[in-house]
Design a protein around this ligand. Structure first.
Ligand SMILES: NC(=O)C1=CN([C@@H]2O[C@H](COP(=O)(O)OP(=O)(O)OC[C@H]3O[C@@H](n4cnc5c(N)ncnc54)[C@H](OP(=O)(O)O)[C@@H]3O)[C@@H](O)[C@H]2O)C=CC1
Ligand SMILES: O=C1OC[C@@H](O)[C@H](O)[C@H]1O
Length: 382
């Protein structure tokens, strides 16, 4: 019962956080959103309400009418609309940070343009369609002394950090294998969704598998050295609805991943429950984390040592940071603002991390025969 109350309270406060006033002695970072994207309310607009140093001041949308409607709904002051709207927002001197939640295949072009315009960028996952494009974006950010972060929000949550700490503590001995899953039932995404479009960087491995790969690389503390096996089921030619793969990590550790953005109903009738778990097997026991991607609503970390007592941990805050209702996105925003302000963030995702993640995705797509998602046609002038 207590946990049901906790779920309701965290969910309620997460969606309607206490609104904080700006700090008197720190200028808030002003954000502009590229595209009236579905994810922006959860990933930025709501978290910003409880952050004293972050404010969303603008949105750009291809259709001015859509942008106006979105801005009205979310209380955003400025709208840039029409074919030139995205670039006009990048050129707005009031804006410090661009949040880029465009379809994956447009991440490279608009992040390069935002960096060229002198803006920091909070960039949705996966950072781009190819590892090479990610390298180029980070190189430009470095040259311009700007912050660029791939928004793998789950990493910033204390529960995920706790799993990593248990592994690294050696309590359960050396790591042996990992399994990660992220899957939703058929119909979760509607026809026409960007995830089904190869030309926009669609595919289940790109959209959902990217979390699994990122998590396994984080837990293993290294990058996969080979892809042992990989299979897929197609949604349409070149677009995987489901991908399963087993990767080999340094030391012979194996990592198996399953992602699906449209699991068909069981016996063609019963909808499948979401799968959002991570299981880590060590020589001296195992850790099972339920809901590693969105742990704020609810999660559990079950630690089963071979010798000793099984225990369940739940971790919603760091000792000196956070509130139980802080979403992964709120923790991420905290880190991002700290980084831009020159303070040390509680966690970070560095250039090499983002590049290696997409490199692993590309090697799985190479193994399944689908190949990488198309490179952007945008040619930077810098
Ligand atoms: N961090 C997280 O938890 C999540 C991250 N994501 C990531 O965020 C990104 C966006 O996802 P989501 O918000 O679900 O997607 P949406 O389709 O809702 O948003 C994408 C936006 O891109 C703009 N756009 C520009 N060009 C195109 C085009 N050719 N086709 C379609 N849209 C275009 C549209 O803006 P407009 O027309 O208004 O200009 C649209 O609002 C993806 O990279 C995804 O992986 C998604 C969900 C969760
Ligand atoms: O980033 C994401 O998080 C969870 C999923 O619902 C979604 O497909 C994905 O884009």
């Amino acid at each position: 019962m207590a946990s049901v109350y906790g779920i309701i309270k965290r969910t309620y406060l997460g969606m309607r956080p206490p609104i904080v006033s700006p700090l008197p002695d720190s200028k808030p970072l002003k954000f502009g959103i590229l595209g009236a994207a579905a994810i922006a309310p959860n990933a930025l607009l709501t978290p910003a309400k409880s952050h004293p140093e972050a404010v969303v001041v603008a949105v750009a949308a291809r259709s001015k009418a859509k942008g106006d409607e979105y801005a009205r709904k979310h209380g955003i002051a400025k709208v840039y609309g029409g074919p030139a709207g995205y670039q006009e927002m990048l050129d707005d001197p009031e804006i410090d940070v661009i949040y880029n939640p465009l379809p994956n295949g447009l991440h490279f072009e608009w992040t390069m343009k935002a960096l060229a315009a002198g803006k920091h960028v909070l960039l949705e996952k996966p950072a781009a369609n190819t590892a090479e494009e990610i390298r180029q974006m980070f190189e430009l950010a470095e040259r311009k002394n700007l912050v660029l972060l791939e928004a793998f929000h789950y990493r910033f949550h204390p529960a995920v950090q706790r799993v990593k700490a248990i592994i690294d503590s050696g309590e359960l001995g050396p790591l042996k294998s990992m399994q990660t899953s992220l899957a939703f039932h058929l119909g979760y995404f509607k026809p026409g969704d960007i995830r089904f479009d190869y030309s926009l960087g669609g595919g289940s491995l790109m959209d959902m598998g990217c979390y699994n790969i990122s998590a396994m690389r984080f837990f293993a503390g290294g990058d996969p050295t080979s892809v042992l096996s990989a299979t897929h089921e197609l949604d349409s030619p070149q677009v995987d609805r489901q991908t399963s793969a087993t990767l080999v990590f340094p030391g012979g550790v194996t990592g198996t991943t399953f992602c699906d953005f449209g699991m068909p109903p069981y016996l063609k009738l019963i909808p499948r429950l979401p799968r959002l778990g991570a299981v880590i097997e060590c020589e001296g026991g195992r850790i099972a984390m339920m809901n590693y991607v969105m742990p704020t609503m609810y999660h559990s970390i079950t630690v089963t040592p071979q010798k000793g007592k099984r225990r369940v941990e739940k971790v919603y805050t760091f000792p000196t940071l956070g509130e139980p209702w802080w979403s992964t996105y709120r923790y991420q925003l905290e880190a991002f603002v700290n980084k831009v302000k020159g303070r040390t963030p509680q966690a970070w995702i560095a250039k090499e991390d983002s590049i290696a993640n997409l490199a692993a995705i590309e090697s799985i797509y190479a193994k399944t025969g689908l190949g990488s998602r198309p490179k952007s046609g945008f040619i930077p002038t810098l």
